[in-house]
Every structure is written in C-alpha cells, then in structure tokens.
Write a protein that binds this ligand. Structure first.
Ligand code: ZN
Length: 137
C-alpha cells in the first residue's frame, strides 16, 4: 500500500497529513477504554487532532452508511436463506452492531478526518516554515 494515499491513512489509521503518526492511542480496536481515544496532536508532525469542538460528529454520517452497508445485506440473507422473522434477527442484529462498533467508529473518524486534512509530502519543510513565520511575527 502506497504511503500518501487516502487508503493508506484509513487502513493503517495514520495521521492524514504525515501518514506516520498513529491516530489512536491504542492499536487494539477492541480495547474498550480506548476505542476512539486519540491524542490531541500527531506525535510526528504536530497536526491538531482536535480540530474543533464536535468535529468528529460528522463521522456519524459515515458510520451510519457503513453500518447500513454491512448489516442490511447480512440481515436480508438471514431473512431469505434461513427464513428468520424480524424478531428472530434482533439478537443477530445487536451482536453484529456490537462486533462492528469499534471498527466502524475508527474507520469513520479516519475517513472524516481525511476529508479535511490531506497528505503533505513536504510536511517537515512546511512545518519549519510555519514555525519560522510564527517566530518572526
Ligand atoms: Zn502527522
């Protein structure tokens, strides 16, 4: 997978700006304490991970779409293949949501973040320039 791409950042859960810093505190998606735990800044390039209050609320649109795209075909298959009615599928639906939740939370956040912050192959140079400019101001 090529560094500097949207897919690299999403799959590896890396900072969209430098593609090196980890976006989440824990690599374990199923660590209940840190499912969505993110540092305030990228440990490598310093990119602000807390862009503004409520920034990641927009990720709920992506998580909704992802959850629908995964659960509807599975539940439809269960309905037609095993002739389960809706109430029989409820435990299956709840189990699916619980299993998918950590994955969906993280992927939707990374995708949402990548909409607003893009890979900068010269991030080191640009960071030094920004520091110098800020220092002189
Ligand atoms: Zn970074």
């Amino acid at each position: 997978m090529e560094k500097g791409t949207f897919l690299y950042s999403v799959v590896k859960e890396k900072c969209p700006r430098c593609n090196e810093g980890d976006l989440f505190v824990s690599k374990n998606r199923y660590s209940l304490r840190n499912i969505g735990g993110m540092p305030d800044h990228c440990p490598v390039c310093g990119q602000d991970f807390k862009m503004e209050d409520g920034f990641f609320l927009g990720a709920t649109y992506i998580s909704y779409a992802m959850t629908t795209a995964v659960t509807v075909p599975i539940l439809a298959a269960a309905y037609w293949l095993f002739d389960l009615d809706y109430m029989d599928m409820l435990p299956l639906f709840i189990l699916l949501l619980l299993l998918l939740m950590p994955f969906v939370i993280r992927v939707s956040r990374v995708v949402w973040f990548n909409f607003f912050v893009h890979y900068d192959k010269d991030w080191q140079k640009n960071m030094a320039t920004a520091r110098t400019a800020g220092h002189n101001a």
